[in-house]
Design a protein around this ligand. Structure first.
Ligand code: 26W
Length: 817
């Protein structure tokens, strides 16, 4: 046992606390409490322990006086906390035992927790892994996010189509792991006007908001792995200010502009479900400013309370912007320094421009945020003035560097000119931040070469790379206990905090006994997933089949439809070619589509329809099964990932910034079939060509094909297998009596120009899949490759990512407690 030293675990006391919470917090009794309430009471008792450490960390003089990172993100996809915190506290066995004595199975209780789904996908999950690593290595950190009442929608399928339902993640009893911090609440303004006055001949501008909203913080404990450190994940909830402001009501401000219908508490009502698509809605900008302003206020409060001056801000606080979503924090800091602290511009900018760093997570043009100038003007009039001034001064720099070059100014300007003037948030970030990073080597290279080439020329030291990572605590130790134990037997149990040590199991890659043990663990994990699918979906699966997994948001660039076309090709061959043989395979999908994304929903519908037919076809004889797991989320990933043989990472080259599911799957011994995209490139570097299945066009190939004029019909006509597979979508094989119901994808690929080059990569993809089928049949060959994947994933620990941030950007020192 490695409990935290400051508060040793006392089983009897813990059990008493659980029972006390049953009685006092949840008003029930040991005799009548449901399993759900037992889970709540257990989690409350655990949360109490971590809250003590949170307060002690917060009040530790060494932490207060140290430089901290503030991770600003509109999304934190933390997943269930109870099981993970048991691991971090080092109390899994102790609490298992304590609950057993009380008559409850810990694994059952852990299943009672609902996922806090406060994020869409990769960006939000990355923020959660980073918090875990900061706490594990004790780099002083505060996470700032939003306390959405409804997380990412719950997905179900009705007649094979996606349906969305609200996700009230806290449940009626409330979430046991959070605590309100009312003493830290703040008021946040919106709308209104700017007052100008002159003091000693100096112009002073003051924003007079027309509306105020209260920001209430909720803290969730981020528990350091086997140490005494707990950092807060501070989530802001919007509330109407009570009592209703009679003053602003009387002076006519309250109902000005067009905000009369926006209730204060709407601001944090729901997480926007768009992933990689910007819609420009007012309420979204309100969320962003609400988040930025509350976080900025809290950071400055802490800084001041530590006894530091504003000039010292960059020495003690750094602020990482998780994509452009919190960009408005930059003009907010300028406003506070100038208008509230009476600082001159140069001094304020000197502080501001050494405080923020920005991470870019996407190159997709439709995901790059730009806001209507008129919208910012109305909602945040003073911030718009400051943005103009930042831009005016910046353009002077540009014209000094490129005298007379108007096109450079147009390209780099924070303001996009035109009929509708827009504020480009990415440009504002690059101008205002001291560091800008992409999230994988290839991606950062494309950021420099394609997204910001002129910025790179102007500020050659600003752009850098930090390759993403994943926390090995949740994504191996917790989710795959059998593999964890097998590894620990061989190399000891230090690897969860030093993932590079996994390399030592490469020594056993050829050891047939270890191969057998490794594959036995995989088989048991496959059986666990098969049981889950049987219980929840009524589909029977063969655990000896290849478990082929694609789990990620549904998007054309991720090309779930390429995977689907391959399934169709197998179906076609099984039905038409008696000599065709294949190892049985189960195709797993987990994916939510943004509710307004038509084609993504059509692809879900098509895969579900194909599944219906294929799974019921006796002629297929269980060679092929298709399972679309509904409501994919962190807790589902924890079951699927340990059971995967094949990891589908098949985005169009240049489109997936990094990917992190690719890392989780490889770490758990799945082999990647993937393109030369995102972090796949670096995974290949680590595991070697023999242990990954790379296919398709690379970035240069994509550019070349496009430059030469791509016509998907050429592929369609030239490849009979592709033609046969695609034609299945146009007919009625999967929608008997209703031909053409699956046509949407077919149309997009053939007549819509196939924007993500699915057809261009099809033949190469089929080849890679055939190599997989071939290699899997020799279980020793496969076992060796799988073991080497686990062994060689050390680089992708988020601990390494955080160390890179610390060394290249943040410049922090750990405070070991
Ligand atoms: C404003 C709409 C919107 C919402 C979310 C635009 C963009 C986003 C995110 C930036 C999308 C996202 O999650 N990107 C993913 O970030 C991961 C973490 O860096 C990467 O691993 C993924 O490749 C990238 O798609």
């Amino acid at each position: 046992m490695k409990p935290t030293q400051t508060h040793p675990f006392d089983k009897k006391l813990f059990q008493d606390n659980v029972k006390r919470h049953l009685n006092v917090t949840y008003a029930t009794t040991v005799e009548s409490a449901s399993p759900h309430v037992w889970y709540l009471a257990m989690a409350k008792a655990m949360a109490e322990m971590t809250m003590l450490n949170l307060l002690e960390t917060e009040q530790d003089e060494r932490v207060i006086k140290a430089k901290s990172v503030n991770y600003l993100s509109l999304e934190f996809l933390i997943g269930r906390l109870t099981g993970n915190n048991l691991i971090s506290l080092g109390l899994y066995d102790e609490i298992n035992d304590a609950m057993q004595e009380l008559g409850h199975s810990l694994t059952d209780l852990l299943e009672e927790e609902r996922d806090p789904s406060l994020g869409n996908g990769g960006l939000g999950r990355l923020a959660a892994c980073f918090m875990d690593s900061c706490a594990a290595m004790e780099y002083p950190t505060v996470g700032y996010g939003l306390h959405y009442e409804y997380g990412l929608f719950k997905q179900s399928f009705k007649d094979c189509q996606q349906k969305e339902a609200p996700d009230a993640w806290q449940g009626i009893e409330g979430y046991p792991w959070e605590v309100a911090r009312p003493e830290l609440k703040q008021d946040i303004g919106f709308y209104g006007h700017v007052d100008v006055e002159y003091i000693d001949g100096e112009e002073r501008r003051t924003w007079v908001p027309g509306m105020k909203v209260q920001a209430m913080p909720w803290d969730l404990p981020i528990v350091g792995y086997e140490n005494n450190t707990v950092y807060p994940l501070r989530l802001w909830e919007a509330r109407a200010i009570a009592p209703f402001s009679l003053e602003s009501f009387n002076n006519g401000n309250y109902f000005e502009a067009q905000h009369a219908l926006i209730d204060a508490d709407n601001i944090t009502k729901v997480l926007y479900p768009n992933d990689n698509h910007e819609k420009g809605k007012t309420l979204r900008l309100m969320q962003q400013y609400f988040h930025s302003a509350a976080s900025m206020g809290d950071i400055l409060r802490r800084h001041k309370a530590a006894g530091f001056s504003l000039d010292e801000l960059p020495d003690y606080e750094t602020i990482q912007l998780n994509d452009t979503h919190p960009t408005i924090a930059i003009p907010e800091l300028m406003r506070i320094l100038m208008d509230e602290q009476a600082m001159p511009w140069d001094q304020a900018w000197g502080i501001c421009s050494r405080t923020f760093a920005y991470t870019n997570h996407t190159l997709l043009p439709e995901a790059l945020e730009s806001w209507d100038e008129s919208l910012i003007q109305r909602l945040l009039p003073r911030h718009m003035e400051i943005i103009y001034e930042i831009n005016r001064r910046f353009l002077l720099e540009v014209s000094a560097k490129w005298p007379g070059d108007v096109s450079k100014q147009q390209k780099l300007s924070v303001i996009q000119e035109g009929f509708h003037r827009m504020v480009r948030m990415a440009n504002l970030c690059v101008v205002g931040a001291y560091a800008v990073n992409g999230v994988a080597a290839l991606h950062s290279d494309l950021v420099k070469r394609h997204l910001f080439p002129d910025f790179h020329e102007l500020y050659p030291d600003r752009l850098t790379n930090v390759t993403n990572g994943i926390t090995p605590r949740r994504w191996l130790k917790f989710c795959n206990p059998d593999l964890s134990n097998l590894i620990s037997e061989k190399i000891g149990d230090e690897w969860p905090a030093h993932l590079e040590q996994l390399e030592k199991i490469a020594d056993y890659a050829d050891d047939s006994e270890f191969q057998e043990q490794f594959m036995a663990v995989k088989k048991a994990n496959k059986q666990r997933l098969a049981d889950w699918v049987q219980e929840h979906m009524g589909i029977e699966l063969n655990p000896d089949a290849i478990f082929d997994v694609q789990i990620k948001r549904l998007h054309e660039y991720k090309r779930q439809h390429l995977n689907m076309l391959y399934m169709l090709s197998l179906y076609h061959r099984l039905k038409t070619d008696d000599s065709f043989d294949m190892h049985p395979r189960v195709f797993f999908f987990g994916a939510k589509a943004a509710p307004g994304y038509y084609l993504a929903k059509e692809i879900i519908y098509a895969i579900n329809k194909i599944a219906e037919t294929v799974n019921a076809d006796p002629q297929i004889n269980d060679k092929l099964k298709v399972v679309f797991i509904p409501d994919y989320r962190v807790s589902i990933a924890e079951i699927v990932i340990p059971a995967a043989d094949v990891s589908e990472q098949i985005s169009t080259a240049g489109k997936e910034a990094s990917g992190t599911g690719n890392m989780k799957l490889a770490l758990n011994g799945a082999l990647t079939v993937g393109t030369m995209d995102g972090a796949n490139v670096e995974i290949r570097e680590e595991v070697g060509d023999d242990n990954i299945y790379i296919f398709g066009l690379d970035v240069d190939g994509v550019d070349e094909l496009r430059a030469n004029g791509y016509n998907p019909y050429d592929c369609y006509q030239a490849d009979p297998l592709l033609k046969a597979s695609l034609d299945l979508l146009a007919g009625e094989t999967f929608t008997p009596g209703e031909p053409g119901k699956l046509r949407a994808t077919y149309e997009s690929l053939l007549n819509g120009g196939d924007p993500y080059l699915v057809l261009a990569d099809f033949a190469s993809y089929v080849q890679a899949q055939e190599a997989i089928d071939h290699d899997y049949r020799d279980i020793q060959v496969w076992a060796k490759k799988a073991i080497l994947n686990t062994a060689l994933m050390g680089k992708f620990s988020s601990d390494r990512s955080i160390r890179d941030y610390v060394n290249r950007i943040w410049k922090l020192k750990p405070v070991k407690r």
